[in-house]
Each structure stands twice: as C-alpha cells, then as structure tokens.
Design a protein around this ligand. Structure first.
Ligand code: SF4
Ligand code: SF4
Ligand code: SF4
Length: 517
C-alpha cells in the first residue's frame, strides 16, 4: 500500500513561518525612517505566556498584547498546531535534531509535570512581582540569543569575508561578491554592526535547549516550555483532533508510537491532544492508514499530575521570594550607573513587565542598550540598560519604545523623547583633559545634541607644563538641560573610562506611573 507523505507539508509550513520570523527579526532595525514599517515584535504579541505574565505583573489589561488572545482561540480550534508548525523555537529544535546525535523517540514523558510547575511558578511569580517569564519563554530565549550573539557574529563574519574578497580576490570574484554584498547589506545585514555584553551567556542558554535534543526528542517542548504547557491546557478542548489507531484494524505495529516526537500516543494508540503538535509523522508512519484528523468536541483527561501539595508549594514559594527582594542592599542604594532606556517605567514596574526579549537592544541605533548582568539583582539579568561607554541614545530616535512588546518602555513622541531624562552627566576633573592636563578638548560639547548645549565652558587662565600661560575652556554640565543621552561619555577620547559619565537622575522614574496600553 502506497504511504501518504504529509510531513513535507508540515516542514514547508515550518520553513515559511521561520522565514517570516527571521524577516521580522532583521527588520527590527533602523530602516531610514523614524517609524518602523512592520509589526516586528509580533512574535511576542501573539505569545499568550508573555501576555498572561505581563498582565498579571501589571495588574491591568495591556492592549498591545491583545493578539495573544487569537493564539488561544486558534489553539482551541486547532490544538497545538502552533508548536508543530509556527513556533520558531520548535522548528529550530527539529532542525537541530538532525545535527545532534538523535536520541531514540521515547514513548513516555518522564518529567511531564515540570513544565506545569514552571508555568505556575512563572505566573504566580508575576502576580507577586517576581519577573521570570523572560528566562523561560521560548521566544525570549531565541530572540535574545539571535540579537546578542548569532546575528552580530553573522554580520561580523559576512563583513570580514566581503572585505577580504574586495581587497584580495581577482576581479572576476569581485564581480560576483560585490553585488552579493550590496544585496545582503540592503536586505539581510544590520544597518550598523553592533556589539553586546552577555553574548556567550545568551548563546549558551539557547545551546542548552538545543543540546537537550540529544537526551530526548523535543526535550524542551515536552518537559520545560511553559508556553507549551499553556497550549496543552487549552488543547485538551481543541476541536481538531488526531484519531489514533484505537480500533480493530490497527496492525499493532507500534510504528506511530515510535515515530511520534512528542510521545503523544499511548499503548492503546489513543492520541493525547495535550501532547500532539500535528507534526503528521504518525500518519506517514502508519502502514494501514488508521490515523486521521477530524473535528469533534471531547474533553480529554489531562495527564498533568500536580499534587495539591506541589501546587501550593509552588504558589507559596513564588509569592514568598519577592518578600526578600526589598531587604537587599541594592534596594536601599540602587546602582547609580543603572540607566534604563528612555520611556522606561519606574524600576519595579519595568522589571516586572520586561520580558528580556532583547528587541530594544536589537533596534537601538546608537548600540547603547545592552543586557544587564547582576547590577539590578538576580531578577534584573538580561533587562536592558544604557551603557554609554559602549553606545548612546540617539536624540531623535524613539524606536525602543516602538518595539517593546509589553510597554515596559513607553512609546514616546519625538518631542517628549527629546526631553526624557535618562541620567545626568558629571565630569571627573581628575581625568578630563582641560582640567587634569591643561590640554584643550571640546569633543563632548560638540556632540551634545541639545540645541542650547547641556555642556558649557568656563574659561580659566592656566600655566601648562611648559610654563606657557593659556586660557583653557573647562566643561561642566547643566543639569536642567542634560537628558543623559550618553553621547558625551561615548565620544570622550580618553582610553578606558571616560572623563564624563552618566549617572541615574535622582529617582526621576520612581514616581512615574505605569501607563496602560
Ligand atoms: S512546546 Fe514551546 S518551544 Fe516547543 S514548540 Fe511549543 S511553544 Fe515552541
Ligand atoms: S524593555 Fe526591551 S527587553 Fe524588555 S520587554 Fe521591552 S523590548 Fe523587550
Ligand atoms: S548626556 Fe552629555 S551629550 Fe547628552 S545631553 Fe547630557 S551633556 Fe549633552
């Protein structure tokens, strides 16, 4: 009997959605216009885990995340179709399966409750002020690794390759590589190559997810993904169902069970909709064509086996951990160098709403936004901060507020953005050249974007090392004008630490209320 081949159809679907995801990722960049043309943060806005955790944290409805509701409706209709066809993490895991030494498909789930515990922990934590979703959400893990590690590496290696061929290759090679470079520069490479902190950490987390594939197929999806757990809870009710070989015509060959990447088929060949992701492998594998799809409403028993004690312990621990946060020294004296992006909510609201997606860092024109390590405590890891020695906040730019999917960074109009204070500039007179060495320098003042200049000079008569009498212009910052964009610190020509640095303004954001979107 000729077998059906449906898996290529699913692979085609996965490839198309992956291309769409990568297209939106690449377009998360300055495209010559102040406004982004595409909904580049769409993947986070249709993510019901991000939506639920962010709204629980904000204790308000966030209109920006409304599209996540469609994903839930879609799951109710079509089950975990999203995991099998749409999720870019699932697709990359499937692709990596071919590269990793494949683990044989196991037919049962050893740790299936873990993802439900993670889901409850993340959601109750969000309710009580513990921001965890960004560390376990598959899109946050993926986009962050792409932004901070893989895309910069791709840009760097491409630029190096084309520079090499331009300088060293014969003309006939350049006649091919130069148009290719022009095409890539227009459509694929970053407008400006960027560098980031925490590159290896973000990459390692993604690699761990992929390496788990050597332990068990779709290990992350089966055991760890809280988004998948959320889909499972809804998919129990799904209208589209896989009908397994629970009938007398089934040849008992077990092909479907050993093929299923999600171990969704039990000993009686009944398919669990909580686990099935419609990859279609079982249909292809069944020699007797006994597996099919159909619409029906049936409430399937849930295999989640969370004890009441386990549930209560999870809820209590996620509620209790935030009680310890205000008792840390960091709460009394926040790091003065912790500069959040312009338009960021007050620190507590910002931390609970930010899902560490990295979108703001990817889009930042001045390469000023970088992931935080421990400066805001453990719960601040991967949240964005302005690092003026590495980059700066472009005066006319409002892009980070446009891409932030959760409203942790508010979308500001250009007029308001130009007045939004991120920090304040302070000069170190022991390092600043006109003060410390009597060497003229006005670089910081030249770059200050404020029309009236937030850096002024006082003229002082000095005698330099050679005994010459000269008039030195010594810079100082005007607090009322400075917005803390950081370009003065970035451009300061001193090696290492700059002579001008930006510090947090005195609690200016702490009074700011969270806006409802
Ligand atoms: S379980 Fe999670 S990572 Fe896997 S496909 Fe579903 S959403 Fe994506
Ligand atoms: S602040 Fe940045 S990292 Fe956090 S959710 Fe918004 S865009 Fe993502
Ligand atoms: S941070 Fe520096 S460049 Fe930016 S507004 Fe303040 S003084 Fe001017």
């Amino acid at each position: 009997m000729k077998r059906r081949r449906l898996a290529p159809l699913r692979r085609l679907g996965q490839s198309l959605f992956l291309c769409l995801f990568l297209f939106l990722f690449i377009k998360t960049d300055y495209q010559g216009s102040d406004n982004l043309q595409y909904a580049v943060n769409l993947i986070f806005r249709i993510d019901p885990l991000v939506a639920a955790a962010t709204m629980l944290a904000a204790k308000t409805f966030i209109i920006l995340l409304f599209p996540a509701l469609f994903t839930i409706v879609f799951t109710f209709l079509l089950g975990r179709f999203f995991c099998g066809w749409v999720c870019p993490m699932g697709t990359i895991i499937d692709m990596s399966h071919k590269l990793a030494r494949p683990a044989p498909n196991t037919t049962d789930w050893k740790h299936q409750n873990l993802r439900y515990y993670i889901l409850f922990f993340v959601l109750t934590g969000a309710l009580f002020g513990l921001p965890l979703v960004g560390y376990v959400d598959p899109f946050s893990i993926l986009v962050r690794a792409l932004t901070l590690a893989l895309y910069p590496a791709f840009n760097f290696s491409s630029e190096s390759f084309f520079t090499f061929t331009y300088l060293n290759a014969p003309p006939w090679v350049n006649s091919v590589t130069e148009p290719l470079y022009a095409f890539m520069k227009n459509y694929i490479l970053a407008s400006d190559p960027r560098v980031y902190t925490l590159t290896l950490l973000s990459l390692s987390i993604l690699l761990i997810v992929l390496l788990l594939e050597t332990v068990e197929r779709r290990f992350f999806c089966r055991n760890l993904c809280p988004l998948g757990a959320m889909f499972s809870l809804v998919a129990r009710f799904s209208l589209l169902r896989t009908i397994g070989g629970e009938n007398s015509r089934c040849g008992k060959c077990q092909n479907c069970r050993s093929t299923c990447r999600m171990a969704a088929i039990d000993h009686n060949k009944a398919v669990s909709m909580e686990k099935c992701i419609f990859c279609l492998d079982c249909i292809d594998a069944c020699p007797k064509k006994q597996i099919s799809f159909g619409f029906a409403f049936k409430l399937a028993p849930i295999s989640m086996n969370i004890s009441r004690r386990g549930f209560i312990t999870t809820a209590i621990s996620s509620a209790a951990i935030p009680l310890f946060l205000p008792g840390r020294a960091i709460s009394k004296r926040p790091n003065p160098k912790l500069l959040r992006p312009p338009g960021a909510l007050s620190e507590q609201d910002f931390l609970t709403r930010c899902v560490r997606c990295g979108e703001c860092m990817k889009v930042c024109i001045g390469n000023g936004l970088h992931p935080l390590f421990l400066e805001a405590g453990l719960e601040g890891i991967f949240s964005p901060k302005l690092s003026p020695r590495l980059g700066y906040c472009e005066y006319n730019c409002t892009l980070c507020g446009q891409v932030c999917p959760t409203g942790a960074i508010q979308k500001l109009s250009p007029e308001i953005k130009k007045k939004e204070r991120i920090g304040l500039a302070t000069f170190d007179k022991n390092r600043c050249l006109p003060y410390a060495k009597a060497i003229p320098c006005i670089v910081c003042e030249e770059h200050c974007p404020i029309a009236d200049k937030a850096i002024k000079f006082k003229e002082v008569e000095l005698v330099n090392d050679n005994g010459q009498r000269l008039v030195m212009k010594q810079p100082y910052a005007i607090d009322e004008l400075c917005i803390g964009c950081g370009i003065c610190e970035y451009k300061c020509p001193l090696e290492g630490e700059a002579a001008v640095s930006i510090s947090r303004p005195d609690n200016s954001r702490l009074q700011k209320d969270a806006l409802s979107y």
